[in-house]
Write a protein that binds this ligand. Structure first.
Ligand SMILES: O=c1ccn([C@@H]2O[C@H](COP(=O)(O)O)[C@@H](O)[C@H]2O)c(=O)[nH]1
Length: 276
């Protein structure tokens, strides 16, 4: 998928919501535990009700790997389900991969060949040879961690380097040369929304994946104010606040309601800030 195709979806849905499929078997409604593949059954129910309000899904691999081989199977089935039923949706494997070149090439094959996601999140700490193998696949994306949403992000990402750049700024400036606006996105946490203004000076045109609204308390309006560009340029993720809106029988209805609320705020922001 190209950046323009993502933008077309944003315009069509009036949404830049990414629903995070952080499916914790201990948190899903109890009746799913009788199914052969509870995580997949829960995910497909959530996807069916949230798809009208979202342009992307982001399964986080930790929640699947925690279940061993069965969890990987649930992950693959979830990706196949989205592809088959909602082919317009952008699928991000939140795996935070990155290793020496030949190993990274194996990660890229795993996610782009064995399992047809659109994008993988990447830790850039080890440098260009760890990220570039993901750019060998036309239409696929690497989503590079830049300024993350967690409280201890400052321990490394905010350190000032010789020359004055913060570590996350150097990550962005350097890695922006490795790929293009059609294969590189950056993770910037919604909990650091005001920093988006400076980040946009470095990368005005790149898409940003922004986690941290909802359960982590980041502000959607602040993210849009500081981070939106003329083609929106944002995918804002919310996981727990949507998928666990209720743990009772009405879980799907409540998840749809939460997603619809976020989408209507997004529609308003797109109208005001992006003239859409
Ligand atoms: O900086 C980051 C990078 C990744 N994440 C991931 O996004 C979701 C957020 O989930 P919520 O339930 O909406 O808080 C989760 O998968 C994180 O691992 C992040 O939060 N911050």
């Amino acid at each position: 998928m190209t950046a323009n195709q993502i933008f077309e979806q944003i315009k069509a849905k009036k949404s830049f919501l990414c629903v995070g499929l952080d499916t914790d078997i201990k948190k899903i409604p109890k009746h799913f535990l009788q199914c052969e593949d509870p995580i997949f059954e829960f995910n497909s129910a959530i996807i069916d009700v949230t798809a009208p309000y979202t342009v992307a899904y982001k399964p986080n691999l930790a929640f699947y790997e925690e279940q061993g081989v069965l969890g990987w199977h649930s992950f693959v089935r979830t990706v196949q389900y989205i592809r088959a039923n909602y082919p317009e949706q952008f699928i991000i494997a939140d795996a935070k991969r990155g290793d020496i070149g030949n190993t990274s090439a194996m990660y890229a094959r795993a996610f782009f060949e064995q399992c047809d996601v659109d994008a993988v999140t990447l830790a850039p700490y080890m440098g260009s040879d760890t990220v570039k193998p993901f750019f060998d696949y036309a239409g696929k994306w690497g989503v590079i961690l830049a300024l993350t949403s967690n409280p201890s992000a400052a321990e490394f990402e905010m350190l000032t380097l010789e020359g004055g750049d913060k570590v996350y700024e150097r990550v962005i400036k350097t890695s922006a040369e490795w790929g293009s606006i059609d294969n590189t996105m950056y993770v910037v946490g919604a909990t650091k929304a005001q920093m988006l203004e400076g980040i946009r000076e470095l990368i005005p045109d790149h898409f940003l994946l922004v986690p941290g609204v909802g359960a982590q308390g980041g502000s959607l309006s602040q993210v849009a104010k500081y981070g939106m560009n003329s083609r929106c340029g944002l995918l804002v993720n919310s996981s727990r606040a949507i998928i666990y809106a209720s743990s009772a029988e009405d879980f799907a209805e409540k998840a749809a309601h939460e997603a619809a609320l976020v989408q209507s705020e997004m529609a308003e922001l797109l109208k005001t800030l992006c003239q859409l």
